[in-house]
Design a protein around this ligand. Structure first.
Ligand code: RUQ
Ligand code: CUA
Ligand code: CA
Length: 614
């Protein structure tokens, strides 16, 4: 007994400090745990200087008119690809004679509202060739060649207002299809709302020429393609064909539209269409089966086909559900509840879906098969994001082989996330590790407004595809072949540039001459860009290695105007400059290309020409 008592006393005595240290070590371990979590998150996204990211993420620039390229997982901003807006920093569309300016100007306004970047695919994988994007406001689509990361085509789509959802028709990829979100009377140019229609337009994926359109009553919102060449899908939130927001939420159910593409092509071949504004438009009442409307709850938004091509998922937006539709039978398979404000859904390739919840400010991970089987444990995980997520996209989620490692949450509001910069804050993206059962938010990064959507492509997929330099055009001016060609008041200057010289360094013209500077950058190494800015003539362009740019200008008042290189290219960058010498009309002008290092005054002796600096 005594023995036992002693033991319990000892135990009690030992327990007291234990309880105290217990408290202390609990708080210490909580802090340690947080620190180690932060450290492991930081490690996940750390890419050492000189090392490359695993993915390129292309973020739609929204109102900014550009696509932003970020490295993932580091979240480093790497490049801006200007598309619908001039960008002087990159010499894009800021000079009236440039190809980029003409292409943009001819297609519509010099700004855009971009939403959905789409990557080209072959055999169910990204092939690293093209990136497309829509301009919702001006009914346009653009193509960027990933070889050069440059906009190579912009086309206006006839009969469309609010060119919104955009996707490639799979598996062939021969079309790109774009959804008309805003209904209007394009057949009669009228204003009677009863005649309002929208179209889903099918464009040639390379030229972006509109091949045909399918007319719909109501609108077409987000787009996604089946994987077997039969149907393409679109969510419709205004099946009411209403013109007020109250009217657009009248019905309890709207629809997912399924278009049978081979049937549409058949109708086209048989002439069953009406030409409207030069485009064959197929009316579903004349081609039964070309359009099927699948009822889904009120005002759906996201439309996403699963990687295996079996289902198309419509995210409920006003309904807390995602509707799972069989992509072949077009029957609804299940309608699981996922949370408030489901907008878009993406995939990890392991049978899980990730849906953005705008109202809950969460990403919810759920299992598709379990939801279809009615297994109540289909919700796997939820994670908070900051705040009000719109799109979410996992790496490779649009292909047949998602990578299942990273997911981006593209959030609308970033209050409190970054240094305050006035009433308007940057937009915010969060990077989430989805490689495990539980999601982990590991990084947040700001951007200009407003990335709606993003796509990732792996570094390997582009590794041997990105050009080192532009291919020199056969008509480009070669080093030593520079010349000035005059034809009355038209002057064409064939100029080269290379570190650290423009040749010629002097061009003589007359006041009012129409001058074209054809400038070729004859550098043969990557990254050796030169600029060409001309004082008082509104000219500033960039010429990348191997590229030729044409700069048209009207020579101003008589005088000396320097042109100079705007890209810091060498130790002699500041010396890389030349003169446009504008002479009065009728004065003699020289076509000489090679100049003396220092022209001396006629008849002056060496002594007289000396300066204080010699
Ligand atoms: S839309 S979230 Cu084009 Cu979803 Cu923006
Ligand atoms: Cu060329 Cu600076
Ligand atoms: Ca509706």
């Amino acid at each position: 007994m005594v023995h036992m008592k002693t033991t319990s006393l000892i135990a009690l005595a030992a327990a007291v400090p234990l309880v105290l240290t217990g408290c202390y070590s609990d708080s210490k371990s909580a802090k340690e745990k947080a620190d180690s979590q932060a450290a492991s998150a930081a490690q996940r996204v750390y890419v050492a200087p000189g090392k490359l990211d695993d993915y390129y993420a292309f973020l739609s620039g929204g109102q900014s008119g550009s696509v932003f390229v970020y490295g993932i997982p580091s979240c480093r901003f790497i490049k801006e690809i200007p598309i619908f807006e001039p960008r002087a920093a990159l010499g894009y569309a800021n000079n009236a004679g440039s190809e980029s300016y003409k292409r943009l100007r001819e297609s519509g306004p010099m700004w855009g509202d971009m939403h959905h970047p789409v990557l080209s695919q072959a055999d169910g994988r990204y092939d690293g060739k093209n990136l497309w994007i829509n301009d919702k406001a001006n009914g346009r689509v653009a193509r960027i060649a990933l070889r050069t990361f440059e906009t190579v085509a912009i086309r206006h789509v006839p009969n469309i207002q609010g060119a919104h959802g955009l996707a490639a028709y799979l598996p062939s990829g021969k079309y790109l299809f774009v959804n008309g979100e805003l209904e209007h009377d394009f057949a009669k140019n009228g204003t009677d709302a009863a005649d309002y229609r929208s179209v889903i337009a099918f464009l040639d994926a390379e030229s972006l020429e509109t091949k045909f359109e399918v007319m719909i009553v109501g609108n077409a919102d987000i787009a996604s393609s089946g994987k077997d060449g039969r149907y393409v899908f679109s969510t419709m939130y205004n099946t009411e064909n209403a013109v007020t927001s109250e009217g657009m939420i009248e019905r309890d159910r709207d629809a997912v539209a399924a278009i049978d593409v081979p049937l549409a092509e058949k109708a086209l071949a048989e002439g069953r269409f009406t030409k409207i504004n030069g485009v064959p438009v197929i009316k579903p009442e004349e081609v039964p089966g070309v359009l099927t409307l699948i009822p889904v709850p009120k005002n759906p938004h996201g439309c996403n086909v699963t990687p295996d091509g079996k289902y198309v998922l419509a995210s409920g937006k006003l309904s807390p559900t995602v509707t799972i539709i069989d992509a072949h039978t077009l029957k609804v398979a299940a309608e699981p509840e996922v949370g408030l404000g489901p907008l878009h859904t993406t995939f990890d390739g392991r049978g899980n879906a990730y849906t953005s919840l705008f109202i809950d400010s969460q990403i919810v991970k759920w299992n598709i098969a379990k939801a279809i089987q009615g297994d109540p444990t289909y919700i796997v995980d939820r994670v908070d994001v900051h705040y009000n997520v719109g799109h979410t996209k996992a790496a490779g989620a649009d292909t047949s082989y998602p990578s299942g490692d990273w997911l981006l949450s593209l959030n609308k509001l970033s209050k409190g996330m970054f240094l305050p910069v006035g009433p308007a804050m940057p937009d915010s993206q969060e990077l989430i590790d989805i490689s495990g059962e539980k999601m982990k938010v590991v990084a947040a990064f700001p951007s200009l407004p407003e990335p709606h959507d993003a796509v990732f492509i792996s570094r390997q997929a582009l590794a041997d595809k990105v050009a080192q330099t532009y291919e020199i055009s056969p008509t480009a001016t070669k080093l030593g072949e520079e010349k000035i060609v005059r034809n009355g008041s038209q002057v064409d200057v064939y100029m080269t540039c290379i570190r650290s010289k423009f040749i010629p360094e002097q061009v003589e013209v007359h006041e009012g001459d129409r001058v074209n500077i054809h400038l070729t950058n004859v550098e043969t190494v990557r990254n050796m860009t030169h600029g060409f800015a001309l004082a008082d003539h509104g000219i500033n362009i960039a010429v990348d290695p191997g590229q030729t740019q044409v700069v048209p200008l009207i020579a101003g008042k008589p005088g000396t105007y320097w042109y100079y290189c705007t890209w810091f290219c060498s130790a002699l960058h500041l010396e890389m400059r030349g003169r446009l010498l504008v002479k009065p009309i009728g004065a003699p002008v020289s076509d000489s290309i090679v100049l003396e290092a220092r022209p001396r005054a006629q008849g002056a002796d060496k002594k007289a020409a000396k300066t204080d600096y010699e």
